[in-house]
Design a protein around this ligand. Structure first.
Ligand SMILES: C[S@@+](CC[C@H](N)C(=O)[O-])C[C@H]1O[C@@H](n2cnc3c(N)ncnc32)[C@H](O)[C@@H]1O
Length: 195
């Protein structure tokens, strides 16, 4: 792990997470930050390609930390988090990473503003199942539009059911595994465009 990229900061992640959870439970959509096991499982599946990686709904940065601890360069990682306190926390924790406090819906414009046309992987912690279908679909569409050729979307859920309507987006889905030690247990999905 690059020390210049990940800072030890005085406020514990759990405290920051629970404060945001109390203020906005539906938008946070989880009872705790992602476990180390889940975070490492996801980071290991992002791979070490040279392309940019987009992380959406990064919360306190449990997965961000593991992405940086794998082969992802900080300059290749773009993070979007809508909660202002969490976005502030992420900026303190990961000084070398672009963290934007914004809605996932704007991910394409955010990447363009940084000169990025497409990414190799989107990692999403978004609580898709808490969203109205029309809003969920608009966000999924926006995420898919950022993906280059052979790119993947990695998304986890707390139910075993696929969180994205595959036919509507012409996607192929693979269930990568279930992490029982996460709170609550999480199922990790990989989505790729069929063409
Ligand atoms: C399940 S939590 C993230 C957990 C995270 N992996 C961690 O370890 O802290 C989901 C996150 O998505 C963020 N979020 C929800 N809706 C969003 C949206 N439309 N755009 C960007 N972020 C959003 C929430 O603020 C929350 O931090």
């Amino acid at each position: 792990m690059r020390l210049s990229t990940v800072k030890q900061i005085a406020i514990p992640s759990n405290l920051v997470f629970f404060r945001s959870l109390l203020l906005n439970p539906k938008s946070i959509g989880a009872v705790a930050p992602s476990s180390l096991r889940l975070s490492r499982f996801i980071a290991a599946r992002v791979g070490s390609g040279n392309g940019p990686v987009l992380e959406i709904g990064a919360g306190t940065g449990a997965i961000t930390r593991e992405l940086l601890g794998s082969a992802i360069e900080p300059g290749n990682l773009f993070v979007i988090e809508r909660d202002a306190r969490l976005a502030w926390f992420l900026r303190q924790r990961f000084p070398g990473v672009v963290v934007r406090c914004d809605d996932a819906l704007h991910c394409g414009q955010i990447l363009s503003a940084h000169g990025v046309r497409s990414v190799q992987t989107v990692v999403s912690s978004l609580p898709l199942r808490n969203m109205e279908p029309a809003r969920r679909d608009a966000i999924v569409e926006a995420m898919l539009n950022t993906m280059g050729r052979n790119a993947q979307l990695i998304q986890y859920t707390y139910t075993p059911f696929c969180p994205i309507p595959l036919k509507r987006f012409d996607l192929a889905a693979e269930c990568l595994g279930r992490i029982w030690t996460n709170l609550p247990p999480a199922t990790v999905w990989r989505f790729v465009k069929r063409r």
